[in-house]
Design a protein around this ligand. Sequence first.
Ligand code: CA
Length: 240
Amino acid sequence: MRYTAAALTDRGRKRPTNEDAFGFSVEHGVYVVCDGMGGAAAGEIASSLAVDEILRHLAKDREPGTPLPALAENAVCAANEAVYSRAQRNQRLHGMGTTLVSLVVEERRAWVFNVGDSRAYRLRNGRLVQVTLDHSLVEEQVRMGRLTEAEALRSPLRNVITRALGTQNCVTPDSFELGTEAGDLFLLCSDGLTREIADPAIESILTSDVSLEDRCSRLIEAAKKAGGHDNITCILVQAA
Ligand code: CA
C-alpha cells in the first residue's frame, strides 16, 4: 500500500493568529493535527510542541521493532508531558493545552488517536464516515440524545472540550484501529472546518476529481466562505 498526502492551514477570517499546527511524514506513515488553546501565544506553543513531539517519537527518533500502536500511545503521552511541563514552568503559559488527532499507517492497517474535538474521517467508495468522537460537552450531550446537532452548533458551551492534551499530567486518547483499502482517503481536521461546513459538503469536496492539494484548498475556501470564524487545518491522506 502506498500513501500520499497534502495539508493546508489557514488563519481564517476572524482570528488574529493561527493556533492550529500540523505535521506529517509520509515515509514513516504519521500525520497529526493539533488545535491549541490558552491566552497570549500559549495556544500556538501548545499545538506546535505537541506536533513536534509526535513527529519526534514516530518519525525522527522512531525505535525500530516496537509495535506501532504502542509507539503511538507513548508518543501521545510524551506530547502531553511536554505541553504540561512547559506550562508548569512558565506562569504565562499556565493552563494551555491542545487537541490532537493523529493517524498512523502501516501497510493495510491504520490507527487513529484523538483527544479533544479535532476529527478524523475516512472516505471510502464515495462515502464519508467520521472515525473519531469529539470530546466536547455539546457533542457528548448529542450522543446522549439531550441536544440536537443544530442546537449543539448554536450552544454557548460549544467551545468546551472535555479532554485536552497538556492540561493535566496524564491523558488517555481514544484509539481506533482501521483496515485500509486502496482508494481510501483520510481527513484529519480542526473544528474550524467542521463547525463551518457540514459533512455532506466535505464529502462532495473530497470526492471531486482534483489533486489532494486542490481538495485541501477547496475545504479551506468553503470554511472561509461560510464565515471562517476560527483557524482551519486539514490533512488528506490517500491510500493507493
Ligand atoms: Ca479551533
